[in-house]
Design a protein around this ligand. Structure first.
Ligand code: AMP
Length: 217
Protein backbone atom coordinates (compact mmCIF):
# COMPACT_ATOMS: atom_id res chain seq x y z
CA UNK A 1 0.00 0.00 0.00
CA UNK A 2 1.41 3.36 -1.06
CA UNK A 3 -0.04 6.27 0.85
CA UNK A 4 0.59 10.00 1.06
CA UNK A 5 -0.35 11.76 4.28
CA UNK A 6 -0.66 15.47 3.65
CA UNK A 7 -1.34 18.22 6.12
CA UNK A 8 -0.10 21.60 7.25
CA UNK A 9 2.97 21.68 9.51
CA UNK A 10 1.78 20.64 12.96
CA UNK A 11 -1.38 18.96 11.65
CA UNK A 12 -0.23 15.67 13.17
CA UNK A 13 0.57 14.08 9.81
CA UNK A 14 3.91 12.74 11.06
CA UNK A 15 2.29 11.14 14.10
CA UNK A 16 -0.45 9.55 11.99
CA UNK A 17 2.10 8.38 9.38
CA UNK A 18 4.03 6.72 12.22
CA UNK A 19 0.90 4.84 13.38
CA UNK A 20 0.11 3.69 9.85
CA UNK A 21 3.69 2.51 9.27
CA UNK A 22 3.59 0.44 12.45
CA UNK A 23 0.14 -1.04 11.94
CA UNK A 24 0.41 -1.78 8.22
CA UNK A 25 4.08 -2.85 8.50
CA UNK A 26 5.43 -0.45 5.86
CA UNK A 27 8.14 2.22 6.30
CA UNK A 28 7.31 5.84 6.96
CA UNK A 29 9.31 8.05 4.62
CA UNK A 30 9.65 11.59 5.90
CA UNK A 31 11.69 13.91 3.69
CA UNK A 32 11.86 16.34 6.64
CA UNK A 33 13.53 13.62 8.78
CA UNK A 34 15.89 12.70 5.95
CA UNK A 35 16.89 16.33 5.49
CA UNK A 36 17.39 16.80 9.25
CA UNK A 37 19.65 13.72 9.32
CA UNK A 38 21.70 15.29 6.52
CA UNK A 39 21.89 18.60 8.39
CA UNK A 40 23.00 16.80 11.60
CA UNK A 41 25.65 14.83 9.68
CA UNK A 42 26.74 18.04 7.88
CA UNK A 43 26.61 16.39 4.45
CA UNK A 44 26.75 18.61 1.30
CA UNK A 45 22.96 18.12 0.97
CA UNK A 46 22.51 19.09 4.62
CA UNK A 47 24.62 22.22 4.15
CA UNK A 48 22.45 23.23 1.19
CA UNK A 49 19.17 22.53 3.01
CA UNK A 50 19.97 23.99 6.46
CA UNK A 51 19.29 27.69 5.86
CA UNK A 52 16.20 27.04 3.74
CA UNK A 53 14.74 24.82 6.45
CA UNK A 54 15.52 27.26 9.25
CA UNK A 55 13.72 30.02 7.31
CA UNK A 56 10.68 27.79 6.73
CA UNK A 57 11.31 27.63 2.95
CA UNK A 58 11.12 24.66 0.62
CA UNK A 59 14.14 22.65 -0.52
CA UNK A 60 14.41 22.27 -4.31
CA UNK A 61 12.09 19.80 -6.00
CA UNK A 62 15.02 18.06 -7.74
CA UNK A 63 16.88 17.37 -4.48
CA UNK A 64 13.73 16.04 -2.85
CA UNK A 65 12.66 13.79 -5.71
CA UNK A 66 16.20 12.37 -6.15
CA UNK A 67 16.32 11.60 -2.44
CA UNK A 68 12.85 10.01 -2.51
CA UNK A 69 13.48 7.97 -5.67
CA UNK A 70 16.60 6.47 -4.08
CA UNK A 71 14.80 5.75 -0.82
CA UNK A 72 11.85 3.86 -2.37
CA UNK A 73 14.27 1.55 -4.21
CA UNK A 74 15.27 0.01 -0.87
CA UNK A 75 14.03 -3.48 -0.01
CA UNK A 76 11.84 -2.38 2.90
CA UNK A 77 9.61 -0.46 0.45
CA UNK A 78 8.62 -3.56 -1.52
CA UNK A 79 5.20 -3.80 0.17
CA UNK A 80 4.60 -0.07 0.05
CA UNK A 81 5.30 3.00 2.17
CA UNK A 82 3.68 5.97 3.79
CA UNK A 83 4.95 9.35 2.63
CA UNK A 84 5.07 12.12 5.22
CA UNK A 85 5.83 15.63 3.93
CA UNK A 86 6.28 14.71 0.30
CA UNK A 87 5.13 15.68 -2.30
CA UNK A 88 5.09 19.28 -1.12
CA UNK A 89 4.53 20.98 -4.50
CA UNK A 90 2.50 20.02 -7.57
CA UNK A 91 5.82 19.79 -9.45
CA UNK A 92 7.05 17.15 -6.98
CA UNK A 93 3.83 15.17 -7.55
CA UNK A 94 4.35 15.45 -11.31
CA UNK A 95 7.99 14.35 -11.01
CA UNK A 96 6.95 11.40 -8.87
CA UNK A 97 4.41 10.37 -11.49
CA UNK A 98 7.01 10.76 -14.27
CA UNK A 99 9.35 8.49 -12.26
CA UNK A 100 6.66 5.81 -11.98
CA UNK A 101 6.00 6.57 -8.33
CA UNK A 102 2.22 6.09 -8.10
CA UNK A 103 0.18 6.03 -4.89
CA UNK A 104 -3.01 4.23 -3.81
CA UNK A 105 -4.40 6.93 -1.53
CA UNK A 106 -3.88 10.53 -0.46
CA UNK A 107 -5.04 11.42 3.04
CA UNK A 108 -5.37 15.12 3.74
CA UNK A 109 -5.45 16.12 7.40
CA UNK A 110 -7.28 19.44 7.56
CA UNK A 111 -6.63 21.87 10.40
CA UNK A 112 -7.03 25.48 11.37
CA UNK A 113 -4.05 27.87 11.18
CA UNK A 114 -4.55 29.51 14.61
CA UNK A 115 -4.74 26.11 16.31
CA UNK A 116 -1.57 25.07 14.46
CA UNK A 117 0.43 28.08 15.67
CA UNK A 118 -0.57 27.28 19.27
CA UNK A 119 0.10 23.59 18.80
CA UNK A 120 3.57 24.12 17.32
CA UNK A 121 4.70 26.23 20.25
CA UNK A 122 4.27 23.15 22.48
CA UNK A 123 5.86 20.63 20.12
CA UNK A 124 9.05 18.88 21.27
CA UNK A 125 11.15 16.41 19.30
CA UNK A 126 13.85 13.88 20.03
CA UNK A 127 17.10 14.87 18.27
CA UNK A 128 18.16 11.19 18.20
CA UNK A 129 15.21 9.35 16.66
CA UNK A 130 12.81 12.09 15.50
CA UNK A 131 9.97 11.00 17.86
CA UNK A 132 7.56 13.88 18.49
CA UNK A 133 5.81 14.93 21.68
CA UNK A 134 3.66 17.80 22.90
CA UNK A 135 3.85 19.50 26.28
CA UNK A 136 0.06 19.17 26.70
CA UNK A 137 -1.42 16.63 24.30
CA UNK A 138 1.32 14.01 23.88
CA UNK A 139 3.50 14.17 26.97
CA UNK A 140 6.57 11.95 27.27
CA UNK A 141 6.54 9.49 30.20
CA UNK A 142 9.44 11.38 31.84
CA UNK A 143 9.36 15.16 31.56
CA UNK A 144 11.58 16.42 28.73
CA UNK A 145 12.97 12.96 27.86
CA UNK A 146 12.35 10.73 24.83
CA UNK A 147 10.28 7.61 25.64
CA UNK A 148 12.30 5.55 23.16
CA UNK A 149 15.91 6.49 23.89
CA UNK A 150 15.82 8.83 26.91
CA UNK A 151 17.54 11.73 25.07
CA UNK A 152 16.68 15.33 26.07
CA UNK A 153 13.81 16.62 23.93
CA UNK A 154 14.29 19.85 21.98
CA UNK A 155 12.13 22.48 20.27
CA UNK A 156 12.70 22.49 16.51
CA UNK A 157 14.25 25.80 15.36
CA UNK A 158 11.64 25.97 12.59
CA UNK A 159 8.74 25.75 15.07
CA UNK A 160 8.99 29.45 16.07
CA UNK A 161 5.72 31.38 15.38
CA UNK A 162 7.31 33.47 12.55
CA UNK A 163 8.68 30.41 10.78
CA UNK A 164 5.42 28.54 11.30
CA UNK A 165 3.55 31.41 9.58
CA UNK A 166 5.83 31.14 6.59
CA UNK A 167 5.49 27.33 6.52
CA UNK A 168 1.69 27.64 6.64
CA UNK A 169 1.79 30.11 3.74
CA UNK A 170 3.87 27.61 1.73
CA UNK A 171 1.42 24.88 2.62
CA UNK A 172 -1.64 26.80 1.40
CA UNK A 173 0.03 28.11 -1.74
CA UNK A 174 2.13 25.15 -2.82
CA UNK A 175 1.02 21.96 -1.10
CA UNK A 176 -2.78 22.18 -0.84
CA UNK A 177 -3.23 22.19 -4.66
CA UNK A 178 -1.69 18.68 -4.70
CA UNK A 179 -5.00 17.20 -3.49
CA UNK A 180 -6.58 18.59 -6.67
CA UNK A 181 -3.76 17.09 -8.75
CA UNK A 182 -4.58 13.61 -7.42
CA UNK A 183 -8.38 13.96 -7.75
CA UNK A 184 -9.56 11.49 -10.34
CA UNK A 185 -6.16 9.71 -10.39
CA UNK A 186 -6.34 8.03 -7.01
CA UNK A 187 -8.39 8.11 -3.80
CA UNK A 188 -8.27 11.41 -1.92
CA UNK A 189 -9.77 11.48 1.59
CA UNK A 190 -10.02 14.59 3.74
CA UNK A 191 -9.92 14.08 7.48
CA UNK A 192 -10.77 16.62 10.18
CA UNK A 193 -7.46 17.10 11.97
CA UNK A 194 -8.89 19.28 14.75
CA UNK A 195 -10.13 16.11 16.53
CA UNK A 196 -8.07 14.21 19.12
CA UNK A 197 -5.08 12.15 17.91
CA UNK A 198 -7.11 8.97 18.58
CA UNK A 199 -10.12 10.15 16.58
CA UNK A 200 -7.96 11.25 13.65
CA UNK A 201 -6.28 7.84 13.81
CA UNK A 202 -9.66 6.05 13.69
CA UNK A 203 -10.57 7.99 10.53
CA UNK A 204 -7.15 7.32 8.97
CA UNK A 205 -7.49 3.57 9.55
CA UNK A 206 -11.10 3.64 8.28
CA UNK A 207 -9.95 5.32 5.06
CA UNK A 208 -7.14 2.79 4.60
CA UNK A 209 -9.52 -0.14 5.11
CA UNK A 210 -11.57 1.22 2.21
CA UNK A 211 -8.37 1.42 0.14
CA UNK A 212 -7.65 -2.25 0.88
CA UNK A 213 -11.18 -3.20 -0.13
CA UNK A 214 -10.74 -1.24 -3.36
CA UNK A 215 -7.29 -2.77 -4.06
CA UNK A 216 -8.43 -6.35 -3.51
CA UNK A 217 -11.99 -6.04 -4.91
P1 AMP B 1 8.79 18.61 7.88
O1 AMP B 1 9.49 17.84 8.95
O2 AMP B 1 8.07 17.70 6.90
O3 AMP B 1 7.90 19.70 8.41
O4 AMP B 1 9.94 19.33 7.02
C1 AMP B 1 10.82 20.27 7.59
C2 AMP B 1 11.40 21.18 6.51
O5 AMP B 1 12.13 20.38 5.57
C3 AMP B 1 10.36 21.91 5.66
O6 AMP B 1 9.93 23.11 6.28
C4 AMP B 1 11.15 22.17 4.38
O7 AMP B 1 12.08 23.21 4.54
C5 AMP B 1 11.96 20.87 4.24
N1 AMP B 1 11.22 19.84 3.47
C6 AMP B 1 10.76 18.62 3.92
N2 AMP B 1 10.15 17.94 2.95
C7 AMP B 1 10.19 18.74 1.85
C8 AMP B 1 9.70 18.60 0.51
N3 AMP B 1 9.02 17.52 0.11
N4 AMP B 1 9.94 19.61 -0.35
C9 AMP B 1 10.62 20.73 0.02
N5 AMP B 1 11.10 20.93 1.26
C10 AMP B 1 10.89 19.94 2.17
Amino acid sequence: MKVIIMGAPGSGKGTQAGFVAKEVGIPKISTGDMLRENVAANTPLGQEAKEIMEAGGLVSDDIIINMLTERVKQDDCERGFVLDGVPRTVRQAEMMEANGLQVDEVLVIETDDDAIIKRMAGRRVCPEDGATYHVETKKPKNDGKCDICGADLITRTDDSPETVQSRLKNYHEQTEPIAEFYQGKTGVTKIDGTQSIEDVHTHVIGALELVLLRMYA
